[in-house]
Every structure is written in C-alpha cells, then in structure tokens.
Design a protein around this ligand. Structure first.
Ligand code: ADP
Ligand code: MG
Length: 731
C-alpha cells in the first residue's frame, strides 16, 4: 500500500468512527448514581477514613503541617486501612507516584502480594511501604547532581495529597503521591520545592494577616485552579504523522482557508465525539475526587478546554498531572489522540494552561477578595501591590519558570502574551492606585451593575476587571491568573516560583509594617504607604493595554522590562545568583538544586529540538520530496507529450519551474540544517542551546514554510501526510 493510500484510509476510518458508549455508574437496582454518590470513590484520604481514629488523624495532620516525624505504629494503622480499602476495590498493586524533572510523572508498581512462612499468599501494604520507597533513581534526569553509581533516590509519602486508584484494562493500581529526593535530601522533583514554597508563603501571609489585625489566622494556603487546553484529533491521523508521534507537534502544514477567523469554534456546540470523550473524562475525574467543572471548545478548530474548581496548590498541581494523563488515556479509548503540546499546528492558536492563583486563610478569607468597596479595603490593596512588586522584581525568574521548547512557539505569537512579564490590573484598581500615588482619595464612579438595555434579563454585576486576554499575568476579580504557562508543563514549577516571589516581598512588607506599627501609626495608613511604595517602585510592570501588539514590545523595552525571547535565553536565569537569591535565601531551592534544574532543562531543550530536526529531515526525505518529485514526473510527461504534438502551454512548465525551485530550496535547507547539527558542540550546552534557538530554529522554520508551500502546490492525491484539513475539522 502506498503512503498516499494510507492517508485516504485514515480519512475513511476517521469519518466512520462510532461514538464510544460509556457505562455510567449504577446502583444495584439499575438506576443511575448521582454525582455525589460516586465522587471521590477512587481516592483514599486518611482524613475521611472511618478506620482511623481521630487521635491518629490529628497527629498525622500535625506531621504534615509542622514537619514532625511520623510515628510508625500510627502509619501502620493507616497502611492497614489503605490495604483493606484498596483490596475491597480489586486493587492488586501499589506504586509511589512522583514528579521527576521530566515534567511527567513516574511510577513503579509493586504487588500487595506477600508469601507467609507456610508459603501461602496474602496481600498487604506495610507502614514502611506506604511511607518510603527507593526507586532506582539513576535513570531520572538529575542534571549531574548525582552520578549513577550513587543513584539512590527516595520517595516519601505526601500526607497532603490523597492516594488514588488508576484503573487499567485488566486491573487496578493504587498510587501514593510522593516527593522524590536524593540521598542527602536534595529535591529531585517538582513537588518538594513546591511544598517548601507553600510553607513559606503560609508563614509570611499569616504574619501579614496577624499584623493587620486578623489575629485568629493560623495558616494560609495557596489556592490554584488550572485551566487546561488541548487538541483532539483522530488516532488514525496521529499515527500517520510521525512528527506528532515523535515531537508532539506538526513540523509544518498548510493553513486551511478557513481556520479560526470566524471564531466559530470557540464556545460553539461541542461535537458529539468530543463530548462523549469529555463526559467519560469528567466521570473518571470525579471518581478521583478531581472537581472538573468547565468544558468547552477553544479558539482553534479541534481545540478544547477543561477547568476544575480550584484546590490547595499542591493538590491542584497533582490533579493537573492526573488530568493531563487521563486526557491522553481516555482520548485513546475514543480513538482520539490528545495533543497537549503548546503548538501542535502552525499558524493557528496553540494551547496554554491558565493558572489561577490566590491565598486563602484557614479562617476562610480570600486575601485577594476586593469586597464591595475595594478602595477602602487596605489589606486587599496592599496584597495586590505586593504581588505586583513580586512580579516586577522577579520577572526573569517567572519568565524562566514557564520556559520550554513548546511554549517558545506560542509566547509572542499573536495568540499568547509575549515573553515579557507584565501585570494587568484593570480599570478600578489602576484608578485607585493612581489616586493613592497622587495622595488623593478615590471616589468610585458609575454603577456596578451592567446596563443591558433589556428589562427581561437578570441584572449582572460588573466585574472589577474586564477581560484582557493578552496579559501574561492578570488580576481577574479575586485572583491572579498566570496565563503564560504552557499546556504541557508541570504547573508545580511556576507555582513554586510565584509563591517564592510573593513570600519574599511579603516578608519585607511585614518588617516594614511591624516597624511602622511600633512607632504608633494606624494600620490603614501604614498599608496605604506600603501600597504606594510598591506600586511606585513596580509601576513599569503594570500594563493594561494590548499585550499582543508590536508597540508593547518597544514600550516594555523603554520601561526596562526584560524580554527573554526563547528558553535558551531564559534558563540561564537559574545560574544567575542575583536573580535566584530569593529562592536560595528562603530555602526553596539550594544552589545545587538550581544547578540541577538548569542542567536538566537545558539538556531537555537541546534533546527535544534535535529530535524535531531529525524528524523534520526524515519527513522531507521520505514524504515531502517524494511527493513533489512524483508531481514533477507527471508534469514532465505532459510537457514532453505536448512538445511532441507541437503544442505550447506555459501552465505545466510554470508549475514545474516553481516545483523545481522549491524542491531545490528545501533540499538545500535540510542540508544546511544537518550541517549545523553536526557542528554543535555538545560539551558546551549553554552555547549549544543558544545556537539552536538562534540559528537552527530559524533554518528549520524556513524549511517548514517551504514544505507548507509545496503542500499547497502538489495535488491532493499525491500528498502522503495527513493535512490540517484532515485532522482539524472532523466532528
Ligand atoms: P475563565 O476561562 O473565564 O478564566 P474558568 O471558569 O474557565 O474561567 O476558570 C477559572 C479557574 O479559576 C477555575 O479553575 C476556578 O476554580 C479558578 N479560581 C476561581 N477562584 C479562584 C481562587 N480564589 N483561587 C484560585 N483559583 C480560583
Ligand atoms: Mg477558561
């Protein structure tokens, strides 16, 4: 079978796919279960277990908040309760589930199986198996922080995140969320520093609340809600596009005449096949206690979004990893391939992950809630100003935290904010801040109710912010939304950096407030001064305009804001002692851990790009050039035949000439790409990553343009690779 037949076969298969029917959870009498009846049935949270005494629960909670050592006898009780619970649900294996620096999760399964002295099998999870594991760490990226002969790494039970069951086609596995650390306690994962940053921010935010008079506040949690974007395409096309399989993105593709200009996909009715996938996904997420809430079509054809209700940052970060994994897994059951890459298709929107962030006290106060009179809410305004100062001061670290080879295609590509980190505050807060700076009192104008000119409609309250979609970091009503995060990224990393940035400015602010209060000043006055201090200092980062415009790039440069264009420009921030002092001084990362991250991220950047280049060269040789050459052969035959009949037509020879020059250009393009790749110096990764970003990427993107142009020229029946037209419009 020729490869072109392959493409048309895929089309046929995809068009005739039936929807997958899912068995909904039922009661024994055959009636359907209601959501609350199956919500969380696949998780074990010691806090809710009847098999564990209140005293043990209390002790365990203390351990998770204070770092006290675990009591093994108590853990034994938990392990027994877990064993009973899991076995009654047909679980046979357990694993320590963790987030190494690959950005994905890792797991190693062990059976509950034991053999007693008489050779009889039984099933059990011991206390030590629950608490600690020792996976062979040598194969996980460690950035040179440990050599393989001392490859000991430990996983350690995270008491703050529930255990969960993952169902396979022929059995179930219990996953224990864990941190992953090296022999000397060095963090080899995303979670450990995240937990440190959560504790730090709790400490500083609690101090702040106590200082401003909220003395009952004992702790503060970071809450995070991550909106996840993704594409769905039929599995048949996925496997017919080696670039998607190898790299997660199409290396090139002809833009269809209609794509997203009409905005007709966004919030449009969800195609049945996609909806049936989403329904199964929501069902499985709910069974795992993951509060999936919103589902809708996104801007690009074939693109969708899922948003859960926010949770504590650590749990939310775990949940996002499970969400990404389940999106992929359940998509497969529906004969889809889910694409989580930031830019699977050139020239249409890519995918991001908006990370909504705020701070919630144990007394139930959202510290970013403006209330009905934001201009009089001094502690709210001070917190906003503190966040603005944190973003201004640590813009480079925040930029680094969202770097990745995939996200490089998206940032600044007229669909996502540029790589300049600025803050959007909206009209109301900006005006309040302006009047503060001028030493005036702010008087609210206008009504808070939207005038819709139609009496029949319920009154709508106007948000204190409008919806500026072009800002990388926006205040959206009662939270900040970090929008520059990439769709495939482990969200724990940017949350950690943001937490650390805010905690460090909170710390300084607290000292300031403390000193001023001691000198007898009133809290509100002090908070107002503090607010003015930070917004005057950080004003350059406040930008309410169009973040996608060219003007902003120029303006931002004038304001002195950094613009680290690619990942290769951003990762060196990790080696910059000045830029990372806030991380080391607060104990979020030690210098060795930062170096590890620099090495791992830079190495991954290089490897991923090299895979892309090799994949591109193969596609050109095996698909693009053969299609173009075949077309040349056809045209050649016509031209010769015409000549022999004494006929002249310029059409065939014109197309032939165009084909000829494009194929020449493409061939020379991949030759120079190969030459540059061979010349890379792998002993100097810093230099290599920059060369790739600044020299090889432009070459490969030029080559991609030629491929897309050939795709436009070559007859449809000669084009062997699935086109955007095939992949994106299926319903
Ligand atoms: P939109 O797409 O309009 O920005 P969504 O409803 O899709 O909004 O997503 C908003 C996300 O923000 C949800 O995950 C929601 O739970 C989360 N969120 C709402 N309030 C907070 C908060 N105080 N802290 C953190 N996340 C929040
Ligand atoms: Mg949304």
């Amino acid at each position: 079978m020729s490869t072109t037949e392959n493409r048309f076969d895929s089309l046929h298969t995809a068009i005739h796919r039936p929807e997958r029917k899912v068995d909904l959870p039922q009661n024994t009498d055959g009636s359907l279960k209601k959501l609350p009846e199956y919500y969380g049935e696949n998780i074990f949270d010691f806090r809710n277990s009847d098999a564990i005494s209140e005293k043990i629960k209390k002790n365990l909670l203390e351990v998770s908040s204070s770092g006290k050592l675990l009591n093994k006898d108590e853990v034994e009780v938990v392990a027994n309760a877990v064993t009973d619970w899991a076995i009654s649900r047909g679980v046979t294996h357990f694993c320590h589930w963790f987030q190494p620096l690959t950005g994905w999760t890792a797991e190693k399964h062990d059976a509950f199986l034991r053999i007693d002295a008489k050779g009889k099998p039984f099933e059990k999870l011991s206390a030590s198996q629950l608490m600690q594991g020792e996976p062979d760490a040598s194969s996980f990226p460690n950035g040179g922080s440990r050599s393989t002969f001392e490859a000991r790494g430990y996983t350690s039970w995270d008491l703050t995140s529930p255990l969960f069951i993952i169902e396979g086609p022929n059995g179930k596995t219990l996953c224990i969320p864990t941190a992953f650390v090296a022999y000397h306690g060095e963090a080899l994962d995303i979670k450990t520093p995240l937990l440190r940053s959560v504790s730090k921010i709790s400490e500083e935010a609690t101090r702040f609340m106590n200082l401003v008079g909220e003395s009952e506040v004992k702790s503060v949690n970071v809450s995070a809600g991550c909106e996840q974007e993704y594409f769905l395409i039929d599995k048949a096309f996925y496997f017919a596009r080696p670039d998607l399989v190898m790299t997660g993105r199409t290396m090139f593709g002809e833009l269809t005449a209609k794509h997203q200009q009409l905005d007709d996909h966004y919030f449009g009715d969800i195609p049945d096949r996609a909806l049936s996938f989403m329904q199964e996904l929501d069902l499985e997420l709910h069974r795992l206690g993951i509060p999936a809430k919103t589902r809708h079509n996104e801007v690009a054809p074939g693109q969708f979004e899922l948003a859960p209700i926010f949770k504590e940052a650590n749990v939310s970060s775990d949940h996002n990893q499970i969400i990404m994994a389940l999106i992929k897994k359940i998509a497969e059951k529906h004969n889809f391939a889910a694409l989580l890459h930031e830019k699977p298709f050139a020239n249409i929107n890519g995918s991001g992950k908006h990370m909504n962030w705020s701070m919630l006290t144990d007394t139930g106060v959202n510290m970013l809630e403006p209330g009905d009179h934001p201009h009089q809410n001094m502690s709210f305004l001070a917190i906003v100003a503190i966040v603005v100062e944190a973003v201004n001061r640590h813009e480079q670290a925040l930029r680094m935290a969202i770097a990745g080879h995939g996200n490089d295609h998206r940032l600044g590509a007229n669909e996502a904010p540029p790589s300049i980190i600025s803050v959007f505050l909206g009209d109301t807060i900006s005006k309040i801040f302006d009047s503060f700076k001028e030493g005036k009192t702010f008087t609210p104008t206008g009504s808070n109710v939207l005038d819709m000119g139609a009496q029949q409609l319920a009154h709508l309250l106007k948000d204190n912010t409008d919806r500026n979609r072009t800002s990388p970091f926006a205040f959206t009503g009662n939270k900040f939304e970090f929008r520059a995060v990439g769709s495939s990224q482990a969200v724990g990393f940017p949350i950690t950096i943001l937490n650390a940035a805010v905690a460090s400015v909170l710390n300084e602010s607290n000292s300031y407030i403390e000193a001023e209060l001691k000198s007898g000043r009133k809290v509100d006055e002090v908070l107002r001064d503090l607010t003015v201090k930070w917004i005057s200092n950080a004003g350059a980062s406040i930008f309410n305009g169009d973040g996608y415009s060219e003007d902003w790039v120029v303006e931002a440069e004038k304001r002195g804001l950094a613009n680290l264009k690619t990942s290769a420009d951003a990762y060196p921030v990790l080696k910059d002692l000045k830029q990372t002092a806030f991380l080391t001084e607060q104990g979020i990362y030690n210098p060795a851990e930062l170096e590890t991250r620099y090495n791992v991220l830079t190495e991954r950047y290089i490897l991923c790009r090299e895979i892309e280049f090799n994949c591109f060269i193969n596609l050109v040789n095996q698909n693009v050039l053969p299609s173009a050459i075949e077309y040349k052969r056809r045209l050649g035959e016509v031209i010769v035949a015409q000549k022999s009949m004494g006929l002249e037509s310029s059409v065939e020879s014109d197309i032939y000439k165009k084909l000829n020059s494009e194929t020449e250009a493409l061939y020379s393009n991949i030759r120079s790409l190969k030459k540059e790749m061979d010349a890379l110096d792998h002993d100097d990764e810093a230099k290599t990553s920059l060369t790739i970003a600044n020299k090889l990427m432009p070459i490969s993107l030029d080559g991609a343009d030629i491929c897309s142009s050939l795709e436009r020229l070559v007859p449809n029946d000669l084009w062997s690779l699935p086109k955007y037209y095939d992949m994106l419009f299926l319903r």
